[in-house]
Design a protein. Structure first.
Length: 277
């Protein structure tokens, strides 16, 4: 019951996070709202867990190793993104790239400090699960999370928070690498041709995904598959479109699935009318 509920809850969380990525263009606002969404769903998980408590050590391990850390890692990830964006320096691409690379070094230090646990997680080991992910166990020689004393003992083990940190750090590492790569690509374009400077996509990601699906449906790029077109557009427009399949589902469910295309058509016809006058 707990697994089925958490799967539905996690799908709802990802749906809301994806909707925020489409609706909110300001990064800081988006991250703030994403954090609030993560807190809301983590609280729902906690409330359900209190009523449907894992009854056996095996169920506890399943919950605190595979379920709770997924939710908690999203919260940590968006908190990290918010802090990253707030502290982002004002300057050229080189200064920003140096800042992001330094943040990547901080992450590397985290992985080094938790190397044994990270290796345990990466190798999918299980021999310490009874100590790491069963409530009430506290072995000082297994590097328990010091904050566990202040956590709710019914909703915490010595290592579920640390596992969430590991998962969030992996996501943040991928984000930093992609961000630095996009900056380098942008600099390469500018070096090639100054006239191509500042051609970043200025409309919503939702609008761009509308266009991509239209291009794919009309074979504007021939028989290229959808994923290849998205990858090409992301590189050209210096943008990350995330899970565009979920975005399409969200678009299809709107009262008007083609909001941006309709806006483009209206703007084009207005220009035509002005030319004919």
């Amino acid at each position: 019951m707990l697994t089925k509920f958490s799967d539905r809850l996690y799908a709802d969380l990802n749906r809301d996070l994806n909707a925020l990525a489409l609706e909110e263009d300001q990064l800081i606002k988006r991250y703030e709202r994403s954090i609030h969404a993560c807190v809301k769903y983590l609280k729902k998980l906690k409330d359900f867990c209190k009523v449907n408590d894992p009854g056996t050590p095996a169920e506890e391990i399943q919950f605190f190793k595979f379920i709770k850390p997924k939710f908690k890692s999203q919260l940590i990830y968006f908190q990290s993104l918010l802090n990253l964006e707030i502290r982002r320096p004002i300057g050229d691409n080189t200064a920003i790239a140096d800042y992001l690379k330094n943040e990547a070094k901080v992450l590397h230090h985290f992985f080094e400090c938790n190397l044994s646990f990270y290796q345990y997680v990466r190798t999918q080991a299980t021999y310490l699960d009874d100590y790491y992910f069963v409530r009430g166990n506290y072995d000082v020689y297994l590097d328990p999370d010091q904050c566990v004393i202040d956590f709710d003992p019914a909703f915490s083990t010595t290592h579920d928070h640390k596992l969430a940190q590991v998962l969030a750090s992996e996501m943040l590492q991928e984000y930093l690498q992609s961000a630095v790569q996009r900056l380098h690509q942008k600099d390469a374009i500018i070096v090639t041709d100054v006239e191509l400077r500042d051609f970043d996509w200025q409309q919503t990601k939702c609008g761009l995904i509308e266009l991509i699906y239209c291009w794919h449906a009309t074979e504007a790029f021939g028989k290229k598959n959808l994923k290849s077109i998205v990858k090409f557009i992301e590189k050209v427009f210096n943008i990350s479109l995330g899970n565009f399949y979920d975005t399409f589902d969200w678009l299809a469910g709107r009262p008007s699935p083609t909001t941006y295309i309709d806006e483009m058509k209206e703007a084009f016809l207005l220009r035509v009318q002005k030319k004919l006058k």
